[in-house]
Structure formats: structure tokens, C-alpha cells
Design a protein. Structure first.
Length: 274
């Protein structure tokens, strides 16, 4: 337990709108979220820090003891499989929220809360350099690592190659639809300047019509949008922080950039290419 979190109360609940897990510290001006958009089920109550509303809260006393409290009578909160109203927990406790038993990792919540403190400049315990925030006794929050990101190169390459393929296909369909215009214009010019070769004009107009129909067909049967969506979904599941305690989507940053940063911007763990 880092000293900066002592005496703090962490509010936990569903993020209004985006549906991620919202983590807030009572009285702090910033909040953070965990997981992907829409990942938290509706049985988890919303967290509105400004109103002091949440699904549950973790109170941390001055000695670092943590108490989890269910905040609404219509909620359910479980600790290690048992429904609770208020219960002492530690960093290894299993917390589940709502009747869908949405599981949350205590360490992940503490890490997130710590990130809030860092963001607002409230953490004064990080005097051991970046990534080392283990405090006096109790559960030290070690982002740890380094974790290998080697496998993410293929994930990124796959993703960008597939995305490129889809974009090129869309471009070709776009180009195809400009061909009929050219043929139609050609036909019009022939009729205007050389009426004696009129049959050619009819042929050109016929070609224009056929290409236009092909273009329309391709446009109607094109699944680029659905494919892109699926691709993004798969990518967001795979392009995640290798730290098993984090697994946060690393964002649409190219592998090249990831390799340069060498750090997960969510859990601050070290990343390596080894
Ligand atoms: Zn991470």
C-alpha cells in the first residue's frame, strides 16, 4: 500500500455513457477508467464522483487497511464469492460487482487510483524512480516487468496490413465509379463533333451503363465497414499490455512507437523486445 493512498476513499462503478469501469478518489478532481468501452454490465451501478454516487467504495485507513462497502441497497457486491455490505479486504481479495458478478482485481483498482494521484500531483511516495512505488509494508504496487512485447509486432503488422487492404479495395470501387462518367462524356462528344460515327457513341454509353451497374453492385455488396469494425475489435482484444495485471488496450499506436516508449502508459510497467 503506498502512503499516498492512505486515508483515501476510492469510488468504483460503471462509467456513465461509455460503460467502462470508472475509478475515482473522493474529493479528487480527476478520474480514470479500466477496461474497454461497454465492458461493464448494467447490473453494476454508475459511478458519479461529483455526487458521491458509486456501486461500491474502498476506504483505506491510515494504517493501510482496506474496507469495501456496497453503496446502494439495490446493488450486490461480492468478496471472495460471498455477498457483503461492508467487509475488510486485502490486495488478494476477489471482488465481484452486480448480479452478473463482474470481476475486478483489487490491485488494478489500487493501481488506477495511484495513477489518479500521480496525475493530480498528489503522490509524494515515488522517490525510488519510475515504476517503483512499493511503500511501507503491506501490498506494494509494483507495475513490474519488463514484459515482452515481441508478439505484438505481428498483431500490429496483421492489423495495419488488413486495414490497408480494405482501404485499397474502397479506393478501387471509388475509381470504378468514375469510369462511366468518362465513357458517357466521350459518347456525348462524338455525337456533338462527329455524328457520322454515332454507333460508337452508343457503344460507349452501353459500356458506361455496364460499368456503372458493376460499380453499384460492388458498392452494395461491399462489407468494408463491417470488416473494419471486426478488425478493430479483434485488434483491441489482442494489442494489449503484456502485464497480466493490466491487459489494457495499448491504443492505435504503431508497434514502432510502442518499442520506443518502452512503457505501458496505463500500468507504467516496463516493456521489452526481448
Ligand atoms: Zn500495462
Amino acid at each position: 500500500m503506498i502512503d499516498a493512498l492512505k486515508g483515501k476513499t476510492i469510488l468504483i462503478g460503471k462509467e456513465p455513457g461509455q460503460g467502462r469501469l470508472l475509478i475515482a478518489i473522493k474529493g479528487a478532481p480527476k478520474v480514470t477508467t479500466l477496461g474497454q468501452i461497454g465492458s461493464v454490465p448494467n447490473s453494476v451501478s454508475r459511478c458519479k464522483p461529483a455526487e458521491g454516487v458509486a456501486h461500491c467504495q474502498i476506504e483505506i485507513d491510515q494504517t493501510g487497511n482496506m474496507t469495501l462497502t456496497n453503496m446502494k441497497a439495490q446493488n450486490v457486491t461480492y468478496v471472495n464469492g460471498f455477498e457483503i455490505m461492508s467487509k475488510r479486504i486485502d490486495s488478494t481479495s476477489t471482488i465481484m460487482l452486480g448480479k452478473d458478478r463482474f470481476g475486478v482485481n483489487v490491485m488494478e483498482i489500487l493501481n488506477a487510483a495511484q495513477q489518479i494521484l500521480i496525475a493530480i500531483g498528489g503522490s509524494r511516495s515515488g522517490n525510488n524512480g519510475p515504476g517503483s512505488v512499493g511503500g511501507a509494508g503491506g501490498a506494494g504496487i509494483q507495475p513490474g516487468g519488463p514484459y515482452s512485447i515481441k508478439h505484438l509486432k505481428d498483431v500490429w503488422d496483421d492489423y495495419s496490413a488488413s486495414l490497408k487492404k480494405i482501404k485499397i479495395r474502397q479506393k478501387h470501387i471509388g475509381l470504378l465509379s468514375s469510369i462511366p462518367i468518362a465513357f458517357t462524356m466521350l459518347g456525348t462528344i462524338i455525337i456533338g463533333v462527329a455524328p457520322e460515327i454515332r454507333p460508337f457513341a452508343i457503344v460507349f454509353t452501353g459500356i458506361a451503363l455496364i460499368v456503372m451497374l458493376i460499380g453499384l453492385y460492388l458498392r452494395f455488396t461491399d462489407k468494408s465497414i463491417e470488416e473494419t469494425e471486426k478488425l478493430n475489435e479483434k485488434f483491441q482484444d489482442r494489442y494489449v499490455c503484456p502485464n497480466p495485471k493490466c491487459h489494457h488496450f495499448l491504443g492505435n499506436q504503431p508497434y514502432k512507437i510502442l518499442r520506443q516508449n518502452k512503457i505501458c502508459s496505463y500500468c507504467k510497467c516496463q516493456l521489452t523486445e526481448e
